[in-house]
Design a protein around this ligand. Structure first.
Ligand code: SF4
Length: 349
């Protein structure tokens, strides 16, 4: 991939001066796990199949986003590897000039079988979600018996010598908060940087409560008890994770969206599999890009729509949630059933 070709004239900023830069593309709303912090229900309303964007449509939109400054794309789901022939989309996007970083977040269940093709297609980096190292706990948390396959997927990334592997762990009190040290140790054995994510009160997290959140501060205290002094790494970045270094040089991250949000630097937006564009994880509504795309909007019209939408952006959802007294789950089940776009698994986490 070539370096981004963004010039002063193409950089656009929102109402708080934040650049449009980082696009998360959900390629399917389906998932093969049922993690209880994300998909606790038995039944879900799925996006209509005919609404799902084709790879060519995704490519058309990516071209427009790149022209407006996006240089990082992350493929998400649902579980992105459930989308048939995903490596074809990866190859299409990897060939786009201007896209500097092409990554994917996966739950890892299907990763071992797809890793070689994805690497060949040009996928730059992989992040695997893994909340526990204990198979019985994984089964209780996800309602599926595929823990060993996730570990095989991680091993396949390592065996391929693929750099940049990350492991994302949502930390929930009373569920897996006793595994922080174990996960850091495991990460070292598979050459992965572990990132601990505070449990968030997003759509789908209908069982969320503040007392189940393990804060960044508490995680650091617990890790310091085991490892000694922990040094924050100072970096100029809009990445959501703050990174820390242990005394032995190992690095890990914490994403503290719940107790210490970072909206002021947020350059992320999300495209759902059916082409709705959300400017914030917490946004109630998205902008429909599928309809103009399918009714023949010109490139200039799409550019104008995306540009003006971003320029009007005032979202800072996590900061507003932090200021909400008596914080409780963001959405109730009835609202989620009426509009699946409100679900975290639809908008790609
Ligand atoms: S809550 Fe919204 S604005 Fe804040 S960091 Fe997350 S996506 Fe960005």
């Amino acid at each position: 991939m070539t370096e981004p070709a963004v010039t002063e004239s193409t950089v656009i900023v929102d109402q708080f001066g934040r650049r449009l830069r980082n696009l998360r593309i959900s390629v399917t709303d389906r998932c093969n796990l049922r993690c209880n912090y994300c998909m606790p229900e038995e039944e879900y309303a799925w996006l209509p199949r005919e609404d799902i964007l084709s790879f060519e449509e995704i490519g058309q939109l990516v071209d427009v986003f790149v022209e407006l400054g996006v240089d990082k794309v992350r493929l998400t789901g649902g579980e992105p590897l459930l989308r048939k022939d995903l490596s074809r989309l990866v190859a299409m996007l990897a060939a786009r000039p201007g896209l500097g970083d092409l990554a994917m977040t996966t739950n890892g269940v299907l990763l071992a079988e797809h890793a070689p093709a994805l690497r060949r297609a040009g996928l730059g980096r992989v992040t695997v979600s893994l909340d526990t190292l204990r198979p019985e706990r994984f089964q209780a948390l996800t309602r599926r018996d595929t823990h060993a396959r996730v570990l095989e997927g991680i091993a396949a990334v390592r065996a391929a010598g693929w750099p940049g592997l990350k492991i994302d762990t949502v930390v929930i009190r009373g569920v897996n908060d006793d595994e922080l040290v174990d996960l850091i140790e495991y990460g070292a054995t598979v050459s992965a940087e572990v990132r601990f994510i505070e449990y968030m009160d997003v759509g789908g997290a209908t069982q969320w409560s503040m007392d189940r959140v393990v804060s960044r501060r508490e995680m650091l205290v617990r890790l310091a008890e085991r490892y000694g002094p922990i040094e924050p790494i100072v970096e100029e970045t809009s990445a959501p994770a703050e990174r820390f270094r242990l005394i032995d040089g190992r690095v890990f991250g914490i994403i503290s969206s719940t107790t210490a949000p970072f909206c002021r630097a947020c350059d992320r937006s999300r495209l759902t599999a059916d082409g709705l564009w959300y400017l914030c994880l917490y946004a109630a509504r998205g902008t429909d890009l599928r309809k103009p795309l399918r009714t023949g909007a010109s490139r200039e019209e799409l550019l104008a729509l995306i540009r003006s939408t971003w320029q009007g952006r005032r979202d800072r959802g996590a900061e507003e949630r932090l200021a909400t007294p008596g914080r409780s789950p963001l959405m109730q089940i009835g609202e989620l059933k009426r509009d699946p776009h409100l679900e975290m698994h639809t908008r790609g986490g």
